[in-house]
Design a protein around this ligand. Structure first.
Ligand SMILES: [Zn+2]
Length: 185
């Protein structure tokens, strides 16, 4: 799948989270939901083509929990202080450690689980203020990293830029224009 999702990447490991969230999107063709998680997790080779080594490939037993985490984290997008995060931390505890390379406090999963590793990256992103830049496009639900200075970006893109891309911004503009043109009955 995913390579096209490399549009609007997030910095560092946060891009693993963005890719993870984008295993569920809206199809360009049918406009119905598409869930690629099971497919990607079915082979660890495929998994690691999409994710860094920090995010381990979930086992079959882990998959339902990992999927629930993905859909739960999606609901926390776009805010400074994601309120629902605590419930996930109770379920998958992370621990703080001092990262000598960056001289900062970072977090890591207790136990090398896929869900825990993802959550640790989310916690780091909340701590350093990057989390609020991760947002979902209202047109296709793809998650992108908003680099605009005042967090004003709404759409994944205005132009399709490739076969899997969608010009959500332009599509919305055209729809709004058509709505205005419609005669009043
Ligand atoms: Zn979009």
């Amino acid at each position: 799948m995913v390579k096209e999702y490399a549009r609007n990447p997030a910095p560092g490991l946060l891009d693993d989270v963005r890719t993870f969230l984008n295993t569920r999107t809206i199809s360009h063709d049918t406009r119905g939901p598409v869930d690629d998680l099971t497919d990607i997790a079915s082979s660890s080779q495929q998994w690691h083509a999409e994710f860094s080594d920090v995010v381990s490939c979930p086992t079959g037993d882990e998959l339902p929990g990992v999927r629930a985490l993905r859909d739960g984290i999606r609901r926390e997008l776009g805010g400074h202080h994601p309120p629902g995060l605590q419930d996930w931390l109770d379920m998958y505890p992370v621990e703080a450690y001092f990262d000598a390379d960056t001289a900062t406090i970072r977090h890591r999963a207790r136990g090398n689980t896929c869900a825990g590793n993802v959550l640790a990256i989310v916690v780091d992103a909340v701590s350093d203020g990057q989390w609020r830049r991760l947002r979902a496009c209202p047109g296709c639900e793809r998650v992108f990293y908003d680099r605009s200075p005042n967090l004003s970006r709404v759409w994944c893109g205005m132009y399709a830029n490739g076969p899997a891309g969608r010009a959500c911004g332009t599509i919305a503009k055209v729809a709004a224009h058509r709505a205005r043109q419609r005669p009043i009955r």
